[in-house]
Every structure is written in structure tokens, then in C-alpha cells.
Design a binder for this molecule. Structure first.
Ligand code: PLP
Length: 489
């Protein structure tokens, strides 16, 4: 493809994306396709001869669009949001266009330096203590990872290596075999409400993850954590890392950080904070109460790619002592050495699992500059308000009970009575496909999560979702009238 065709294709693609996003409200949020649908639409072999980009773009409508779930539809209320904004999209394109790989400072100084600066900006925006920032004295700093899952795994691996290295320093005569035997005794802790990626990090890092039973507020209490740690110590096991969650996936609960941090300090355990979704809200000072005690953590992570308008993938991780990352992650080769490596700028290959890395900071920089802190704060507050609006509608109908009140952009609820009612409602909603929500079962109770996800969502979309909820609930009680609690028929 020559540059002229690239210009034409690129411009047509931008028009395509803008038309898609501006008209997304009119699309059914969930597609109607069946598994395997695309095989019928695409040839069995890749084309031998070059095709015109116009033909390819046409196939977007024919083959791709029918099978898309519209994550940016204002009727998408499932999971948590995935961010999308025009500055974020352009940042993503620019990163592809420049196509640099910034694994060392020398391999692309601008990639590294913009990442250092934007992560300091972002850290200050969310009120992180200075110990986590590169612009403060010490070894703190931020780095962009691909996902919160990677950030958790990375910190677990670093905590594991930190333990082993410290042990080796204290007992230099320990053999490789003895150190390996010690590694096998390490254990990690998180709440049973933590994200699936946390348990997975334990599996991948070969550190068993104790899932501590959350209390009635769906939080991991310091006392339950302590009890689990003490039981493991009695068994001769070695507590290595605690992953505490701010904004759990099922109900957006926050573990009490200060309480947990006190336990971690007492036992010398790494404390990682997973604030994948909720972290974005910390740009609004009124939400910072959730991270009280954060100065005691070793690492903190949140996803601007969830709720801060930066397109996937962009997961911000800060550590207090980057030397620990480097000690665990650095494997040197002559071809990676460069003359500036001791000049105070990170070689980010040593702050992550892969070697290669994209220029992710560009899209973050674009979003921070083109929205500015004030507009981003306005955005978060508006989304939180919409969740409260939906909660108010639920409260006005006595067939529903609030499972957890609106917190950030999430409210969870259920139909009164047996789980079967809520499960039927979920099934009806999934069949009708007018809105997309997901259910969960917490503490034996079936509930539905309603998250504000799209940047296009307005109060009229909340009313639309509510009308759909009422109409599908009517059907639940029409089929089992003995469960009806009021006259919505
Ligand atoms: N942690 C929490 C609390 C989450 O809610 C999620 C995803 O929703 C994750 C981690 C995983 O995030 P990622 O997809 O960036 O790995």
C-alpha cells in the first residue's frame, strides 16, 4: 500500500469509526449471531492476490458488524466499562503509526520519557503519595502495563523474588535447592471477592492464593487476613504477598486498606492494591477516602483503559521501590546494553514481563491534555450520578431489593424472593438483548450488576434500561404470579 492509499484508507476508516460511534445508540447492544457465523461469510483461504481496501472496508459491514457486541452502546451495562474516546483512538493510531518499541531508554527515548512524565501527572491526579512518583526523591515510579492482570502477576513475581533474595542475603550459604524449597512454601492472600485474574496470578506464579472469605460488606477484613496468615505460619508456610482490592468486580466493595496494610507491615508482606476500575475515581478528591493508608502499600494499579477514557490497553502501575522490579525482571544481553543506562531514566523492559512494549503513553497523554483534569472529573461524577439515578428507580418498585447501593458507577440488585426470580429476569434480559447486564451470585444470593459503561449514556438511557427492566420483570411474575409483590401487571 502506498502513502496515498494509506491516506485514503485511513480517512475512510476514521469516518467509519466516527459514524459507528455517533450512531451506536441505535444498534442492538448484543448481536444475533450464532457461534461459527463468520465461517459462512469469509473464504476458507487467505487471498492470493492483493485486494482493494474498499472491498475490505465493505466486509466490515458484512462480516464484522453483525457479530459485534457494542461495548460503547449506552445500553451496555455489563462487567465494567472499557474506555473509548476520540483522543484515545487517535493516540492509539499514532502509536501504531510511529511503531516504536521502547524496551530501553535508547530504543526510543521519547516513549520512555513521556511514560515517566504522564505517570507522574496521573499519580498526582489521583493523590498518590510522593513515594510512588519518579519526580520525588527515592526509587518510586510508574509504568504502563497491558492489563491489571499483568500488573498483579508482575507484583506477585517480584514479591516472590524479593523474599528469596532477602533470604539469600541473610543466609549466603543456602544452596539453589534450599532456596527452591523455600519458594515452594510461599503463599499469597486476597479476598474471595477479588478478580479472577488475582487467583490466576497465583496459579501462574506457583504461589497458592488463599481466598479469604469476605465479611458482610464484601470486604477482606484485617482480622480475617491475620487469622489466615497466622494459620499458615503455624504450618511452616511463608506469607509473601497480599492483593487488596479497591472496587471488587462483583459489587465494587473496597477492602479496608489501612487495616490490611497494618497486618502486611507487621509480617513484612508485600501489599499490592488492585484498583483496576475504581482507581479512576480517585481523580475526584471526594473518593480518595477509599485509599486511606495507600502510603503503606508497595504497589498500586488502576486501569485508565476502564473508566478514564483511554482506549485499551493502558494499565498504570506504581511501585515504591523500582529496584525490586529491576532485580526480579532484568535479564541482560549485550544487544540490550546502551551508553545511557545509568543516567537516571528507566529501561522499562525491567519493569514488566515481556521485552517489547508499545508507545502506550501517547494515548494517555492525548486524553489527559485534550480533556484536562476538570473534564475527566466531570465525566466520573456524571457516571456516578447515573448509577444513583438507576438505584432511585429500583427503590421506587417494591419487587426489587438493592443488593449493594450505587457505589462509583455500579449498583447491584435482585428481585425479592428466591434466586429463581432473579435468574429468570436475567434470562429474559439476555433473550431480549435490549440492554446488556450480567448477573452474579454472592453469598448464595443471585443478583444483577448494573454498571454505567458508555461515555454516551445519559439519563434517557437509564430510563430506557429501567423500562426494559420493568417489562422483563412483569414477565417473570406473569409466569409465576405467586411471587408477585405488587401490582405491576
Ligand atoms: N481487577 C479488577 C478489580 C477488575 O474488575 C478487573 C476487570 O474487570 C481486573 C482486575 C482485570 O483487569 P484487566 O482486564 O485489565 O486485566
Amino acid at each position: 500500500m502506498d502513502a496515498q492509499s494509506f491516506r485514503e484508507f485511513g480517512k475512510a476508516a476514521i469516518d467509519y469509526m466516527a459514524d459507528y460511534l455517533e450512531n451506536i445508540r441505535d444498534k442492538q447492544v448484543l448481536p444475533n449471531v450464532e457461534p461459527g457465523y463468520m465461517r459462512k461469510l469469509l473464504p476458507e483461504e487467505a487471498p492470493e492476490e492483493p485486494e482493494d481496501w474498499r472491498e475490505v472496508l465493505k466486509d466490515m459491514d458484512r462480516a464484522i458488524m453483525p457479530g459485534l457486541t457494542h461495548w460503547h452502546s449506552p445500553h451496555f451495562h455489563a462487567f465494567y466499562p472499557t474506555a473509548n474516546s476520540y483522543p484515545g483512538i487517535v493516540g492509539e493510531m499514532m502509536s501504531a503509526g510511529l511503531g516504536t518499541i521502547g524496551f530501553t531508554w535508547m530504543s526510543s527515548p521519547a516513549s520512555t520519557e513521556l511514560e515517566v512524565i504522564t505517570l507522574d501527572w496521573l499519580g498526582k491526579m489521583i493523590g498518590l503519595p510522593p513515594q510512588f512518583l519518579s519526580c520525588s526523591p527515592g526509587y518510586g515510579g510508574g509504568v504502563l502495563q497491558g492489563s491489571a492482570s499483568e500488573a498483579t502477576l508482575l507484583c506477585l513475581l517480584v514479591a516472590r523474588e524479593r523474599y528469596v533474595q532477602r533470604l539469600h542475603e541473610k543466609n549466603p550459604s543456602l544452596t539453589e535447592q534450599e532456596l527452591r524449597a523455600t519458594k515452594a512454601k510461599l503463599v499469597a492472600y486476597a479476598s474471595d471477592q477479588s478478580n479472577s485474574s488475582v487467583e490466576k496470578a497465583g496459579i501462574l506464579g506457583s504461589v497458592p492464593m488463599r481466598l479469604i472469605r469476605a465479611d458482610e460488606k464484601f470486604q477482606m477484613s484485617g482480622s480475617n487476613l491475620r487469622a489466615a496468615i497466622e494459620a499458615d505460619l503455624k504450618e511452616g508456610l511463608i506469607p509473601c504477598i497480599v492483593i487488596s482490592t479497591l472496587g471488587t468486580t462483583p459489587t465494587c466493595a473496597n477492602d479496608p486498606l489501612r487495616e490490611i496494610a497494618a497486618v502486611c507491615s507487621e509480617f513484612g508482606i508485600w501489599l499490592h492494591v488492585d484498583a483496576a476500575y475504581s482507581g479512576a475515581a480517585l481523580i475526584c478528591p471526594e473518593y480518595r477516602y477509599i485509599c486511606e493508608g495507600i502510603e503503606l502499600a508497595d504497589s498500586f494499579n488502576f486501569n485508565p483503559h476502564k473508566w478514564m477514557l483511554v482506549n485499551f490497553d493502558c494499565s498504570a502501575l506504581w511501585v515504591k521501590d523500582s529496584r525490586e522490579l529491576v532485580a526480579a525482571m532484568s535479564v541482560d544481553r549485550a544487544y540490550l546494553v546502551h551508553t545511557q543506562q545509568d543516567a537516571g531514566m528507566p529501561d522499562y523492559r525491567n519493569w514488566q514481563i515481556p521485552l517489547g512494549r508499545r508507545f502506550r503513553a501517547l494515548k494517555l497523554w492525548f486524553v489527559l491534555r485534550i480533556y484536562g483534569v476538570k473534564k475527566l472529573q466531570e465525566y466520573i461524577r456524571a457516571q456516578c450520578k447515573l448509577a444513583t439515578d438507576f438505584e432511585m428507580l429500583l427503590r421506587g418498585d417494591d419487587r426489587f431489593e438493592i443488593f449493594t447501593p450505587a457505589h462509583m458507577g455500579l449498583v447491584t440488585f435482585r428481585l425479592k424472593g428466591p434466586n429463581e426470580n432473579t435468574n429468570k429476569l436475567m434470562a429474559n434480559l439476555q433473550k431480549s438483548k435490549k440492554i446488556y447486564v450480567v448477573g452474579a451470585e454472592v453469598g448464595g444470593k443471585a443478583m444483577i450488576r448494573f454498571a454505567i459503561c458508555s461515555r454516551f449514556t445519559t439519563f434517557s438511557d437509564i430510563e430506557y434500561a429501567w423500562n426494559e427492566m420493568v417489562s422483563q420483570t412483569d414477565k417473570v411474575f406473569l409466569t409465576s404470579p405467586e411471587n408477585a409483590t405488587n401490582g405491576h401487571f
